[in-house]
Design a protein around this ligand. Sequence first.
Ligand code: ADP
Ligand code: MG
Length: 696
Amino acid sequence: MTEYLLNKSIDGIKGVGPKVKNQLQKLGIETIQDALFYLPKSYENRTKLTKIIDVEPGNAYQIEGEILESKIYYPGRRAFFAKITDGTGFIQIRLFFFSTPQVKAFIKGLKIRIYGVVRDTGGKLEIFHPSYKIFDSNKRPPLDNTLTPIYSLGSSKITQYRLRSIIKNCIREMPSENLYEKKIDETFSKNNVSKLSIRKSLHTIHNPSIKDEILKIKNFSHPAQKRLIVEELLTNLIGVKISTSRIDKMMSPSVETLDEILEGFKENLPFKLTNSQNLVIDEINQDLSQTKPMRRLVQGDVGSGKTIVAAAAMLSVAKNNFQTVLLCPTEVLAEQHFKNFSFWMKNEDLDIALLTGKTKKNEWEKVNEGLISGKTKILIGTHSVFQERVSLRDLALVVVDEQQRFGVKQRFEILQKTAKGIMPHQLFMTATPIPRTLAMTMFADLNVSKISEMPPGRNPVSTSVMSNKKRDELIKRIEIICENGNQAFWLCTMIEESENLDVQNAESSKKWLEENSENLKVGIVHSKLPKNQKDKVIEEFRSGKINVLVCTTVIEVGMDVPNASLMVIENAERLGLSQLHQLRGRVGRGPNMKAHCILLYEGNLGETAEARMTAMKKTNDGFEISEIDMKLRGSGEILGTKQSGGMELKIADLIRDAQFLDKSEQLAKELEGNSELVDLLMLRWIGKKENLIAAQ
Ligand code: ADP
Ligand code: MG
């Protein structure tokens, strides 16, 4: 196998010490090439300054001025404030998280340049947690002459600034082009996809110049982006083919359907399964009884009851003396499922184990013993823990919940875990309907089951749309709901421009709720809180100690709090329809409950945003919503880079980029026969060579 120049370790790059290396690893960056293909998720425009007098609350700006004063005080909670002027007006910075050196750097009279979303907090202009730079007036830093790329930082502790500079250094290190790269470039150019080389494309998207048509870059429609999008799509198509042919050569354990046990299980449940749930369970059992590896996707709207379907399948497997795992995207979800499974299966005499990042070492050793000996039949855990440290004896079924990740990389990861020639059956649960055309190309070998009805007694969630200006009216409403014993989610949506903004938003909303109501007990969870604090707050919300949970979209996935009856979504105009629908599905899960969703919007609604809001009011049907979503997106509207359609991709978005699928298929056919080129493509887009090749 050829060694690629870019496959050099990231070690040699300036700015990468052992600590940083560790943090980069969390992002999957180990080589120069990994860094080059770690693509921005959005961009900030810091090429110009705006005068304070010209800003409009709700938008992001770069502003420069003089520090007038700064102080720490306690308006509800400890915060740091700094007041700034540029001669045209005043603006205040507010930080909720800060260190002593940070505070000391704010010296009166120094200049500061800040970037962030401006809010109007009662007649005052403020930016919460801006990115900023303090400087002496005679040492004014030049303005950026490129758009600033924003990278996803995941769970890594690396800063945006550091990551950006490392990636820049990697670009500088790009050695001269090799033969294989050239061949791939030629294929693109010959097929009229793009004349831009991969190098030029990478350079542009990591450092887009202001001459590079900013709007196109921000909308992901620049030729450099197209080049990368098509390459990623075609690589995934090739990956699907390779993994499918490998899986097809393998066998899975045949799992017998034990009718009596299944019937007994159903009878002991606190509810009766819907026809639709029963049908899907039958379809799965049919697959499980074969030695041909199952690859089945269960699609069911939020709240349709997918978990119990997975439980029934896993019960069959366990009772056949095989092992099975349920993989969850978050710890909260894993714990929730563990609780439910333990309850549903309390009469089944089965050993069920939970494994998350929180599991203590000695506990984990016990769990692992149970797994290795084969005593533990059912494991519920987070995806990451499973990848790192679990070995199972008789794994016959892997269920992946809410992951929206069943991409090529995951296929290879599961292939890695399998004993020689034996493949576990695989079941995926998702609330996101996948458009047919995509399913046919990207998931050619996936069978789909649909849960098409809701459990009885579920009332549709009524939805209303409201200007943020009227948010005062909400307080009374929330108070009444909570007095009646129900609870509310208050959701602050992720804003594209900066990592910090979702947190800022959430903090300010919590403060506002507390200031405006004496009765409400408000909690907050977001990505910047330590994990134990997050868990504590979520538990308090579950148990009813907290009435209103302010949160960001990052943590909500799959959360089941049957007592919650109100969902308020701030800046709903920024979210896509499918995501709004997902979020709305978090309320109204209790029987015969009247649940509401309130979509708050800032400023004036544009035409498509209005169409989205109208669709939300009109229907509660996830499939209908997804169709409208496709149509609206088809009309050219782009909402940032939100992933959709069931694969985890670096730049392509299956819905936004569906138009490129044909071309990508054509190129995939042309390239798939050349193993050297395929290796290089897989390395660029899918993952480490060892992982991909070992399973051959
Ligand atoms: P999702 O499909 O979104 O994963 P869940 O599996 O979390 O939905 O189920 C949502 C809620 O509905 C849970 O509280 C679950 O116990 C309940 N549920 C599932 N099936 C039924 C049913 N047939 N009748 C009544 N309640 C049900
Ligand atoms: Mg679920």
